[in-house]
Design a protein around this ligand. Structure first.
Ligand SMILES: [Mn+2]
Length: 298
């Protein structure tokens, strides 16, 4: 039963380093990049716990998606490697440890499925791809391009760092809204060629999918849980009204997976200390990991 035993992601087995599987789940319990309400260091453990809800069926019977009337992730080998060992207040060491952990997964040919942690962890995760060319899609309320003094490695700046280090081929930020983005940053990144699709625009895209929105190629997807409406994802540090919902996200993942190939992804910014009693944010995050996993593997 899902409430018994030690919680790995959705009850999948632990990964033995070097073992060949299709995808490996990696937790990054790091939130020292947080600029407002901390607590996402507890994200990986809580998401794993919530994900056990999806461990009713045996591995052979995973999963029947009733909404789409199709089977997903059947016969895919998935494993959980636990968490990166974080050393408090040692940014360089932590970033290097995150990069190394993802490298060890990529080396075996598996898709890394990262669960955070705050959004600053995406930057060292992307370093692990070592110059490989791919499109980067950032699902977020915020453009995460802070350029203010000492914002170097916070959860408000991963996109700026990714741009500086030229780690990706293109950047698309989806779901942007609210009053906490700097208009100057938005103007700056647009000028640099970053594509921004606001939450309002995204609703139109979902109603009438533009098949040319995503070119063919490899994709890395980064999901900040504050992409969702706070009514669906209250457990996050910087909520903003006007977000989207799970079926919207699912449609977007399918849109990308049908055009390109998802080579890695992360789900970040789940803060269990701010979640409601039913832990709906953690459950949503677990479900999103499975949706992304299906987009990557099926
Ligand atoms: Mn973010």
């Amino acid at each position: 039963m899902p409430y018994a035993g030690i919680a790995t992601f959705a009850g999948y087995p632990l990964w033995q380093s070097g073992q060949e599987v299709n995808a490996v789940v990696l937790g990054v319990p790091y939130d020292e990049g947080t600029t407002y309400r901390p607590g996402t260091r507890f994200g990986p453990r809580t998401i794993r716990n919530a994900s056990m809800f999806y461990a009713y069926e045996g591995h052979e019977d995973r999963f029947y998606d009733a909404d789409r009337d199709k089977w997903i992730l059947t016969h895919q080998t998935i494993a959980d490697t636990g968490d990166v060992a974080i050393e408090p207040l040692n940014l360089e060491k932590n970033q290097a440890a995150i990069t190394r952990a993802v490298e060890s997964i990529l080396k075996t040919g598996a898709v890394p499925a990262v669960i955070g942690g705050d959004h600053s962890v995406t930057h060292p995760v992307l370093r692990a791809f070592g110059g490989k060319k791919f499109h980067y899609v950032h699902f977020d309320t915020h453009v995460d391009c802070d350029r203010i003094f000492s914002s170097g490695n916070t959860h408000g700046s991963p996109v700026a760092r990714i741009m500086e280090e030229e780690l990706v081929q293109s950047i698309t930020i989806m779901g942007v809204r609210g009053l906490s983005n700097s208009g100057h940053d938005v103007a700056w990144i647009k000028e640099k060629g970053v594509r921004i699709v606001t939450a309002r625009e995204l609703r139109e895209v979902i109603l009438a999918p533009d098949r040319n929105l995503f070119p063919a190629g490899d994709y890395y997807l980064s999901l900040d849980i504050d992409f969702f409406d706070p009514s669906a994802a209250p457990g996050t540090g910087t909520p903003e009204p006007g977000g989207l919902f799970f079926p919207d996200f699912s449609d977007l993942v399918h849109l990308i997976a049908n055009k390109g190939s998802i080579i890695g992804f992360d789900v970040v910014e789940v803060n269990p200390l701010l979640d409601n009693k039913g832990e709906i944010t953690a459950h949503l995050a677990a479900r999103c990991v499975l949706e992304l996993m299906s987009g990557a593997l099926d």
